[in-house]
Design a protein around this ligand. Structure first.
Ligand code: ACM
Ligand code: ZN
Length: 765
């Protein structure tokens, strides 16, 4: 690539994230475009230019620290000079001077005083040195190899700034993990939360239990192929040291008591039943968990943790604690005896007993426990740090109890979710501090993490596309603080794409290019395109596709037809009348080039469009389908139940009424349901549809059973309802009552948990 570089930049190029400087003249730059945004910046005029004889000097640094610094700076900045220690009070010219300064309060804080003669770097500690280097690298990249004269005073808002990387559902190489450590450090994130054990794979070698690497690290996929891998101790030590040099600490997560089926496959005596199971090859929550009544299980876990602590110097050890179905414990004599012996009133208290035991062990070894927010259930010792995932409210409860809290709620921090649920702006709008948390408890919110679960991330490209650019928004929130101004952040973000390109990061989009919604105006419904990012143009095709044509009695199971090409395209100008039942395909364009892939929506024209149900039961705040008008907006959901089109009801029957305002005529009423028992979503037990002219006297339209068996594993969407071929109903009101199937049944991995009902549309024709 035709980039002219000054000679000192011509050392061998490693195409890693850190060699971005080699490519610094790729795009227009600005000194303001640092991510995360520094706390205070004063801009001067002119530049410090790196010359052949530019030196690197240091003062008041411990030797060790200086060695690390030098290795790091030399590698990152490609300044081909040995550092020299200097004395005296004048700072030498033409030099990067690194000074440890006790006045810089935060360990990760730093001050940059850049003049045309020198770059003075004052740091509070090693973390600050690394942060300062990363800022310098960004400045050099963003300003064509020069460093603008300016003063920066910078320090983090939150001390815990992390990314969870799940290397268990899918395995990622040591090299990939290092690339992520580089990226985290570059954006001033200081924690890699390394998820190493799961139902689907155990990823670290433990000498005392060799079957963990021989058996638990490998699964047989549904097609018969073998999948897996693990990190050797040598690799782990290297990765930990690599991270340390970049001010990234690695917190290993060793899951217990749930998500441990892979370990149980290797050593069946770890479970309540002792029966042989396979390493899981499906996603979800599994009921094979460690037995809490068997002392050898605790010996096993402690043995494992001893080796884990030898590998990872981190103060924190994450022990999971989430999603542990209690079904096996309820039916295990040993677990029940343990409960009786220790006067534990239920299985939640048994989980608490389990976690407390492990916590004591970690504390005795000088370490601290982190667990997912379920560890709050059944009581918890005050030393434990709680990582909140189910919702900010759990973080608030933990903080009010005096626990330190790491915030990573599904609402903003789950990078495995699609862009339709969590886009860059959404991540950027994350505030780790719950609104209602009293001021004196804010100190307990020590920071946050972006969580990268990898069930659906089979390779590095997909991984990159999910993590980037969203993690830059998370880095900004956690370092600079919430809400520094999205528009301005968005501009800065654009300047970082050449940096990511140079680091060979295959970043994804910032948002779904287009979200299709519908709006009601003067008794008509229109389809509206909402651009996900600025400056897009659209082409679309809207065609009748025979969608929902059916026989009686009916049950229609449909998948989106395969997308091929837009055969007729019309430039998008105005809202489109929703007047056909069929498919709307939209392609976004940016600067004349396709941006993202075709967005396909299935839409239904019917008589209830725009009629808002009046609800007797509440839908979940997480699955709203856009709110009260979501079930009659004409837009059907996809097999991604987080696509924003589905309305979900958890642990309840569903009861609502449509009021058409006047009598209308119809022959057909139907609802579309989602079922996916891995996600605890089931069709209703019963579907009752009634109609009335006066809201007092009701007639039965139909009563049906959800036809799909709960046991059915597939993701399925079905239209279920009824139609009168030879009769027309006249009514003003339609009432829908859906009886839930109740808790997940005994055979299910999550037996006893509330099931969901998911609906995307009520269709009246
Ligand atoms: C989690 O997402 N189960 C922590
Ligand atoms: Zn048991």
């Amino acid at each position: 690539m035709g980039v002219t570089l000054p000679s000192r930049f011509k050392s061998p190029i490693h195409l890693t994230f850190l060699s971005i400087l080699m490519l610094y003249s790729l795009s227009s730059r600005s000194q303001y475009d640092i991510i995360p945004k520094p706390k205070h910046v004063e801009i001067g005029s002119g530049y410090f230019e790196i010359k052949n004889n530019t030196r690197l000097a240091y003062k008041y640094f411990q030797n060790d620290g200086m060695n690390l610094l030098w290795n790091f700076v030399n590698y990152g900045l490609k300044i081909d000079l040995k550092p020299v220690e200097y004395e005296g009070n004048d700072y030498p010219e033409n030099t990067f001077c690194f000074i440890h300064d006790d006045n810089v309060e935060d360990y990760e804080g730093y001050k940059l005083e850049i003049t045309e003669n020198q770059v003075l770097v004052k740091t509070g500690g090693f973390g600050g040195t690394i942060a300062a280097c990363q800022t310098l690298k960004q400045l050099i990249f963003l300003n064509d190899g020069k460093i603008p004269v300016m003063t920066i005073t910078d320090y983090p808002t939150f001390k815990h700034r992390g990314l969870l990387l799940d290397c268990s559902r899918h395995f990622f190489s040591a090299q990939t993990v290092k690339k992520y450590i580089d990226a985290l450090s570059f954006y001033k994130m200081n924690t890699l939360h390394w998820h190493l054990t799961e139902d689907q794979g155990w990823r670290l070698a433990i000498d005392k239990y060799p079957k963990l690497q021989e058996v638990a690290a490998w699964r047989t996929e549904k097609d018969g192929s073998r999948y897996g891998g693990f990190y050797t101790k040598k690799e782990i030590k290297e990765i930990v040291a690599y991270a340390e040099r970049r001010n990234v600490r690695i917190i290993p997560e060793i899951e217990m008591p749930g998500h441990s089926q892979a370990a149980i496959a290797a050593y069946p005596w770890l479970s309540c039943t002792g029966k042989q199971v396979e390493v899981a090859n499906d996603w979800g929550v599994f009921k094979e968990i460690y037995c809490a009544g068997n002392d050898s299980v605790f010996t096993f876990i402690e043995d494992v943790l001893v080796e884990v602590m030898q590998l990872f110097p981190s103060k924190y050890i994450h022990i999971g604690g989430d999603e542990a179905p209690k079904y096996r414990w309820e039916h295990c004599a040993k677990c029940q005896k343990r409960m009786a012996d220790f006067d534990l009133k239920d299985e939640h208290e048994l989980q608490s007993f389990f976690i407390s035991h492990i916590e004591e062990f970690l504390n005795e070894n000088g370490r601290q426990l982190i667990g997912w927010d379920e560890i709050l259930e059944g009581g918890l010792s005050p030393n434990a740090t709680v990582q909140c995932w189910r919702g900010k409210e759990f973080g608030q409860i933990a903080a009010e109890m005096g626990h330190d809290v790491i915030m990573s709620p599904t609402s903003h921090c789950y990078l495995d979710y699609g862009l339709d649920a969590i886009n860059v702006e959404h991540v950027y709008n994350f505030n780790p501090i719950p609104k209602e948390l009293p001021k004196d408890k804010h100190k307990h919110i020590i920071g946050g993490e972006a969580n990268m679960w990898t069930e659906h991330v089979p390779n590095d490209s997909v991984l990159d596309s999910k993590v980037f650019p969203r993690v830059l928004a998370m880095a900004e929130v956690l370092w600079s603080g919430p809400d520094t101004g999205y528009v301005e952040f968005y501009d800065r973000l654009q300047k970082h794409y050449p940096i990511l390109d140079a680091g060979l990061v295959k970043y994804g989009l910032e948002a779904e290019p287009v979200m299709v919604s519908s709006k009601r105006e003067k008794d008509k419904t229109f389809l509206v395109f909402q651009p996900g990012v600025p400056n897009l143009e659209f082409k679309y095709s809207y065609k009748d596709t025979n969608l929902l044509n059916h026989d009686i009695p009916y049950r229609v199971s449909k998948t989106l037809t395969q997308i091929t090409h837009l055969d007729t395209t019309i430039n998008y100008v105005d809202p489109i009348a929703l007047n056909k039942t069929g498919r709307l395909d939209v392609q976004a364009y940016k600067n004349g080039e396709p941006y993202g892939t075709i967005n396909s929506s299935e839409v239904v024209s019917h008589k209830a469009l725009g009629i808002e149900p009046s609800y007797k039961t509440n839908f979940s705040k997480y699955y709203t389908a856009g709110g009260n008008s979501g079930l009659t907006d004409g837009l059907l959901g996809t097999h991604n139940f987080r696509d924003g089109k589905w309305q979900g009801f958890s642990g309840t029957d569903v009861d609502f009424t449509l009021d058409f305002g006047k009598e209308i005529e119809f022959q057909e009423v139907a609802l579309r349901f989602y079922q996916y028992n891995n996600a605890w979503i089931l069709q209703p037990d019963t579907i009752e549809i009634h109609y009335s002219k006066d809201n007092k006297n009701w007639n039965i339209f139909t009563i049906l059973h959800g036809p799909m068996a709960s046991e059915d594993r597939d993701k399925s969407i079905e239209l279920i309802g009824d139609v009168y071929k030879n009769k027309t109903i006249k009514a003003r009101y339609v009432q829908i009552f859906l009886k839930s199937r109740g808790p997940m049944p005994a055979w299910h991995e999550a037996a006893g948990s509330d099931s969901w009902i998911f609906i995307d549309e009520v269709i009246v024709r």
